[in-house]
Design a protein around this ligand. Structure first.
Ligand code: HEM
Length: 197
């Protein structure tokens, strides 16, 4: 039984990292406001949201299985308070920090209409911190941290996020005006930009 938990914990951790990578890339694609990755605009946003929710499901599986794993010896406190654990406190703490950030991103997105666009957007920038923190955790703490396949997955994920971020900061990333926006009076456009952020 404990072997099954341990395998599940490792597998769900790796799947979470891959999903977070997909979420970051799709989030940047959605922000571009144009069709991306061969998908129409609405599909990019929808996939971004659903991939994020799926990542949360796998993350829940990751931490709950570790909570019951006799080797990990995690306490509930270790799931919320970073760097408080006794086993590899730095690397495990990075996992806790990434989890806290994921929860902040998901909760503020679910409450986006109540919080307002500006607050949501400020919190959403934390995604750029969350992803490398999760990557460092996976490479630093896992049983498979010295195994080729984990490094292959991690480097592929890093390449995907790096490509998306380079696209995001490139001049060609200028926001693609939607049809409705293109029809709107020029004097209202700055206001619309502010609201849609
Ligand atoms: C965004 C959040 C997280 C992601 C993406 C993530 C991902 C990963 C990955 C990829 C591994 C390596 C698995 C392997 O070696 O095959 C791992 C291992 C591990 N994670 Fe996480 N993790 C996250 C959060 C957490 C949290 C909150 C905790 C608990 C405080 C935690 C505890 C552990 C432990 C103890 C291991 C070592 C498992 C083992 O090899 O026995 N993780 N995680």
């Amino acid at each position: 039984m404990s072997d099954a938990l341990w395998y599940f914990a490792r597998g769900s951790g790796v799947v979470s990292l891959v999903l977070l990578t997909v979420v970051v890339a799709l989030g940047i694609g959605a922000r571009s406001g144009r069709p991306a990755f061969g998908l129409p605009r609405f599909a990019v946003s929808l996939l971004h949201r659903n991939a994020a929710l799926l990542a949360v499901v796998f993350l829940a599986g990751h931490v709950i299985s570790l909570l019951f794993d006799p080797y990990a010896q995690l306490r509930v406190l270790d799931l919320v308070l970073p760097f408080a654990g006794s086993y590899r406190p730095l690397w495990q703490g990075l996992g806790t920090l990434a989890l806290d950030l994921v929860l902040a991103l998901v909760v503020t997105s679910l409450l986006r209409h109540r919080l307002g666009a500006r607050t949501w957007r400020i919190v959403h920038w934390l995604a750029y911190l969350c992803w490398p923190v999760a990557l460092a955790h996976g490479l630093g703490t896992g049983t498979d941290r010295a195994v080729w396949w984990l490094w292959t997955i991690a480097l592929t994920c890093a390449a995907v996020v790096a490509a998306a971020v380079i696209w995001r900061i490139s001049p060609s990333f200028a926001r693609f005006p939607a049809r409705a926006e293109r029809r709107i009076a020029p004097r209202l456009r700055p206001h619309l930009e502010e609201v849609s952020r």
